[in-house]
Write a protein that binds this ligand. Sequence first.
Ligand code: LLP
Length: 422
Amino acid sequence: MAQSTGLAGFYRQTPGNDDLVCDGVSLTAIAASTGTPVYVYSAAVLRERYQVIDAAFGDYPHALHYALKANSTLAIARLMRALGSAVDANSVWEIEVARRAGFEPSQIVFTGVGKSPEELERAVALGVKAINVESGGELARLEAIAVRLGRIVRVAIRINPDIDAKSHPHISTGLKINKFGLPLDEARELVQTLTGRPSLALVAIHVHVGSQITSLDPLRRAAALAADVSLDLQRQGFPLEYVDLGGGLGVSYDGGAVPSAADYVGVLLGEVRRTSLPIVIEPGRVIAAPAGALLARVIDVKPRTATSDFIIIDAGMTELMRPALYDAFHRIEPVSAPATGDRHYEIVGPVCESTDVVGRDRMLPPLAAGDLVAIRDAGAYGAVMASNYNRRPMPAEVLVDGGEWRVIRRRQTIDDLLAQES
Ligand code: LLP
């Protein structure tokens, strides 16, 4: 295994010439060993992205609850824990992953618009840091569980601030028409009922307005609202412990400008400082997306139009669903050829769906069957959203760390695929 050069992430030693590597390790070598498709993650990038956000808070009290939904492969969860991160879990199964990765219940916030009674009970029994409550009905169910188990449950109330995150409609959550959280008026009314409900301890107000947000304005407005409500409740005597501002900061998939971690944190601090409350955030994508690439091999090249060809690769919507689901853009570059060229290609997966397009209208150097390509910024919402459609096995995952690489999740086999069937 090649030695690291000290540079972090995916790069070419001399731009335009050499093979694409990850933290100095040859992607060609990894793919030759593991086969394709394979996700490759850079531990150095994961660490750097976490630390930049963490450092931006300076001495202001805060906790980063990494959103496991972005990437919860056990080794990645463990790496985040080693960095000092806590987690945001969106299902009881993410809570179990967090527990197996070594997180304490006090490091877990539990979010989700539809937590089942079983999920709530497990979270109550564990005594997680907070259950982020999304409705009056959920609060009542939670209270009944708490009473039955003789526990006091720590809750945060999730407010739907009716703010347009100006992201893709499928990943915007903060508008009234979205299913998430409680409208402000209802949230205020619900909080007032808490004084007579000793099994419920209100510890925070929670907001999260969407994902892949590339303008700070919606994040500022959501933070301002959470701060205002928190101040108000503090004045009424509610002993709030922190403000939870969710996740959502976007990354640059296409090289365009996005807010820096420092600007983002500056905006949050600007709004929340007046409450003197610690800040919790739940970043997922901004930490994990740039840390991962999906490696795939060209299976076939065939004519499409007079001026363009199809490139059929061995990864598609089953491995990386984002392009098919959100029309999301991911850079695609050949591993052993320059990143761009003058051939017009439509890069598609092997799945029997016309929506299984990984990259539209791309200009690349000439590619042939057997060539390796890297689909960039796939570390978040990539492997976690993979499916077995067409009975395709879940891809392998590799972590590169300190010039060494190892398989952190082996590719599924046909026996794995059939293991639950009779
Ligand atoms: N907190 C809550 C309550 C969330 O719902 C989410 C994401 C996060 C934190 C983390 O957000 P981030 O920092 O990653 O933006 N599958 C979609 C993204 C769905 C995001 C869902 N919620 C995609 O591939 O773009």
